[in-house]
Design a protein around this ligand. Structure first.
Ligand SMILES: O=P(O)(O)O[C@@H]1[C@@H](OP(=O)(O)O)[C@H](OP(=O)(O)O)[C@H](O)[C@H](OP(=O)(O)O)[C@H]1OP(=O)(O)O
Ligand SMILES: Nc1ncnc2c1ncn2[C@@H]1O[C@H](COP(=O)(O)OP(=O)(O)OP(=O)(O)O)[C@@H](O)[C@H]1O
Length: 468
């Protein structure tokens, strides 16, 4: 890519999050941040390279590189993409002055996808969120040990108008390693994707939460897009709900990809990761409880979800245990402000930062080193709780014999993890307050007796039958 010849017309709007706007060329993606300059983007790249990559695995993480962009190109691009931006993100203004961005491969495409197959790659992007129940002794509200953060947060988001309907997705089902529970989790994501599921075909977004959150996503349109990839299913069901059969197979392909990547032990079974410390089921999940004991599940050790979960679980004190340690660090920094650099509070995110994350003492010895180590671990875990997984797959070359036998289609796929930005140290007090709000709101909305007017209405509608 020659930077001095960059033309905004070769680029198109691809998507955006809370902090970045993403434009895509055929093979590369460029993130242009809303209000951040060169040093900040460099921090994101270093954090991904020296911290998240060693923890999550080489094969899943693409750190990208910082690029200087011609200011005129950025200005023209910002005008070009403005109309395509979702309304809810338009309060953020693109930084057209710093002239820098982050260049990454376009993960919605497959690098080695042979062009002999006419069907473009399908990419499923999942933001799985936190996959375990906290087990810290610092927890003060018992419900946090039974209901997961995502399910509790749903009630708060609904009340604040972020979403119009509750999602029935539960991260603990997705991270369970049980095919049945993962199936239910993915089905619930398809029914209510919110910001946890997006699907692309040939790099174009074909399924996501509608900009107008009142509208239900169009599953029928998705089925039409997927039909050519699962054409053998049409014949199998004699026309009986072929759409459902296609979605069923699609979910199974996603499940297999999510469970792949584990190495094998001697019996040929992939090694599993078990979450012995934490209760593995969320009481708010819609998955039937009587089916929970079927089988001894766990995630294959090298699967993408196992990797993410292990990093999420670096948060072993919970925000309730972290907040007092944050205050210890703050107090220390007030006395010794110059220590901020040595303790790497705002980076740099290099090997020495990673040492502090890995070699933090297990017991609290009252030192600032312990407090900083736990705060660093917590922030790394927060990144893993907010990252996304991209599964991009395309059909293997069609083989006539396979087609005749109506065998299940075979896919080639690649899995990546994205959105691995460092979470700010200053965000900890906000996290502490948010946690309290979510839990209190959940308790109020699920355990409160029905309001008196509602009770009255119900009484008025009740028919009492007496024996005659
Ligand atoms: O706090 P949460 O769990 O609501 O997560 C925030 C996300 O909301 P979600 O619950 O996924 O809808 C939120 O997602 P949206 O921008 O709302 O799609 C961001 O990812 C936010 O991260 P940051 O502040 O931009 O670095 C996320 O904030 P962090 O807590 O990860 O900093
Ligand atoms: N390398 C990539 N290839 C393809 N699509 C990408 C790539 N990077 C980002 N995207 C798309 O752009 C969207 C926004 O990117 P990203 O999640 O990194 O932004 P963010 O502002 O950090 O998000 P958040 O709100 O979660 O903090 C993603 O959800 C994804 O759909």
């Amino acid at each position: 890519m020659e930077l001095d010849k960059m033309d905004e017309n070769d680029w198109k709007y691809h998507g955006e999050g809370n902090k970045s706007l993403v434009v895509s060329h055929l093979q590369v993606c460029i993130h242009i941040n809303s209000k951040q300059a060169f040093r900040h983007i460099l921090n994101i790249v270093d954090y991904s390279k020296y911290v998240m990559k060693p923890l999550l695995g080489e094969k899943y993480v693409h750190s990208g590189e910082v690029v200087k962009l011609p200011l005129d190109f950025v200005r023209q691009l910002s005008l070009k993409v403005q109309q395509e931006r979702p309304e809810l993100r338009c309060d953020k203004v693109m930084d057209t002055f710093s002239g820098c961005g982050l260049c990454l491969p376009n993960l919605t495409q497959l690098p080695l996808h042979h062009l002999r197959d006419h069907r473009p790659p399908i990419c499923v992007e999942i933001k799985p969120k936190c996959g375990f129940l906290p087990f810290s002794r610092h927890i003060t509200k018992e419900c946090k040990r039974k209901v997961c953060r995502f399910c509790m947060h749903q009630h708060y988001k609904l009340a604040n108008g972020k979403w119009k309907r509750l999602s029935r997705y539960c991260p603990l089902d997705l991270f369970s390693g049980s095919k049945q529970r993962m199936y239910v989790a993915l089905k619930n994501l398809l029914e209510e994707p919110q910001n946890n599921l997006k699907i692309f075909k040939g790099g174009e977004l074909i399924f996501s939460c509608k900009d107008d959150a009142k509208q239900q996503p169009e599953l029928n349109d998705l089925i039409q897009h997927l039909r050519p990839y699962f054409s053998h299913s049409n014949g199998l069901y004699n026309g009986h709900q072929p759409g459902k059969a296609i979605l069923n197979e699609f979910i199974q392909v996603i499940c297999s990809a999510l469970l792949s990547g584990g190495d094998s032990n001697r019996s040929g079974e992939p090694r599993k990761v078990h979450l012995s410390e934490s209760r593995p089921h969320c009481e708010a999940s819609p998955f039937p409880r009587d089916l929970l004991r079927n089988g001894n599940h766990g995630l294959p050790k090298d699967s993408v979800l196992a990797k993410i979960l292990q990093v999420q679980m670096l948060d072993n004190l919970d925000i309730e245990g972290i907040y007092p340690l944050y205050k210890r660090v703050e107090q220390y920094l007030e006395e010794f402000p110059k220590e901020r650099n040595r303790l790497q509070i705002d980076g740099p995110y290099n090997e020495s930062f990673m040492d502090k994350v890995k070699n933090c003492p297990t017991e609290d010895d009252g030192s600032v080193e312990y407090a900083v180590g736990k705060v660093h671990q917590y922030r790394v875990a927060m990144t893993a709780k907010d990252c996304s997984v991209m599964i991009t797959f395309a059909p293997c070359e069609e083989d006539e014999e396979q087609q005749l036998k109506l065998e299940k289609p075979r896919f080639t796929y690649s899995i990546s993890i994205l959105d691995l930005d460092p979470k700010p140290y200053e965000g900890i007090p906000h996290q502490y307050k948010l946690d309290t709000k979510i839990v209190n709101y959940y308790l109020r909305s699920t355990q409160a007796p029905p309001p008196s007017s509602l009770y009255k209405e119900r009484q008025e509608c009740t028919l009492l039958f007496h024996a005659v």
